[in-house]
Design a protein around this ligand. Structure first.
Ligand code: SF4
Length: 330
């Protein structure tokens, strides 16, 4: 069931997930489109998530943006410049380099795998900030089996830092390691299922990455360029029109529906890009997510040595990192 409407206020709105935003030319959503988008959200009872660019919006946008309950997603150092009150608890700050301190309650930290390794100690310092830290690796497609041990080791180091904070009575939140400990079912991105994106052109997309691909004329299958790159799934005048929506659902994803890596993003855009199938994940995504899952299991076990913690959660020991290897029917 749809719950969230993501509104990209501008073509240059900040990228906040796996895909970089390649669009560099400003293209502000017309005020009328914004109004219609909000009305669509209200009629469908959706929570609006505005994604801001890094420049001040014209004054007349402030009252429209403020006219409804919302979450604001914005680039670091750019509090949404709309003449509105400063952030609230749900606001999300996005950054592409490790900051010295965190101002928002939610930080999305977008780094390549190698940047993450270089900055691992500085990332660990953020765990005590009280903010929720969401680390998003922006080059998942480059992850190779040779990096498996390296990834395990860095997660182990972070586990030690997190354990220390738990011992001090704190509750650090770091998506890669603490989410799985709290989950007893899948909690993924759910693009096109629980959320849909409205772009400045008044059209809907499964997520911002599909809009970027359309604008860059990328067909999104191994980055092939095609004469028609339309990736929209409806528009404000005619409503949503998602082809084969069942393919976006967990129960139509043969690997994922049997998986207990509940914290995995299950990024459909990466699926489409790397396997040509929107409901088939790549080895890279599965292996990385399983390494995180197993590290969460280790952290959970260490925390339980200190005291009772999430007794209802059971993360079983497994002997594979890619579920494709253990599904005999494929
Ligand atoms: S680890 Fe792989 S199979 Fe499991 S939920 Fe993630 S993408 Fe799906």
């Amino acid at each position: 069931m749809l719950q969230y409407l993501v509104i990209l206020l501008d073509d240059t709105s900040v990228a906040y997930c796996h895909a970089d935003n390649p669009l560099k030319k400003r293209n502000l959503m017309p005020l009328e489109t914004l109004r219609k988008g909000i009305l669509f959200g209200m009629k469908q009872n959706l929570m609006i998530q505005y994604v801001f660019p890094d420049y001040a919006l014209p004054e007349e946008y402030a009252s429209v943006i403020e006219s409804i309950d919302k979450v604001k997603i914005y680039p670091v150092g750019c509090k949404p410049v709309t003449g509105i009150e400063d952030g609230n608890e749900a606001d999300v700050e996005v950054v592409n380099a490790v900051p010295e301190k965190v101002e928002a309650k939610n930080l999305v930290l977008r780094l390549t795998f190698s940047e993450m390794l270089k900055q691992k100690d500085n990332i660990a310092k953020l765990f005590a900030s009280g903010a929720r830290i969401n680390l998003c690796i922006t080059d998942v497609e480059q992850f190779s089996d040779e990096q498996i041990e390296t990834y395990k080791k860095v997660l182990e180091e972070w586990n030690a830092v997190l354990l220390d904070l738990y011992k001090q009575g704190l509750s650090p939140q770091f998506n890669l390691l603490t989410d799985r400990m709290m989950l007893d079912k899948m909690h993924n991105c759910e693009a096109g299922v629980s959320n849909i994106t409205l772009a400045p052109n008044g059209k809907f997309y499964l997520c911002p990455a599909f809009y970027y691909d359309e604008q860059m004329q990328v067909f999104n299958q191994l980055n092939h360029h095609q004469p028609s790159s339309d990736r929209s799934v409806g528009d404000l005048d005619n409503g949503l029109n998602i082809p084969n929506p069942q393919l976006l659902q967990l129960d139509h994803a043969p690997l994922c529906r049997n998986c207990d890596t509940f914290q995995c993003r299950r990024c459909l855009w990466l699926n489409r890009r790397l396997t040509w199938d929107i409901n088939t994940p790549s080895r890279q995504q599965c292996v990385m997510a399983h390494i995180e899952r197993n590290a969460s299991r280790a952290l959970l076990s260490d925390i339980r040595k200190v005291g009772e913690f999430m007794p209802q959660i059971d993360i079983k020991e497994i002997n594979y990192l890619d579920p494709f290897e253990v599904r005999k029917e494929f």
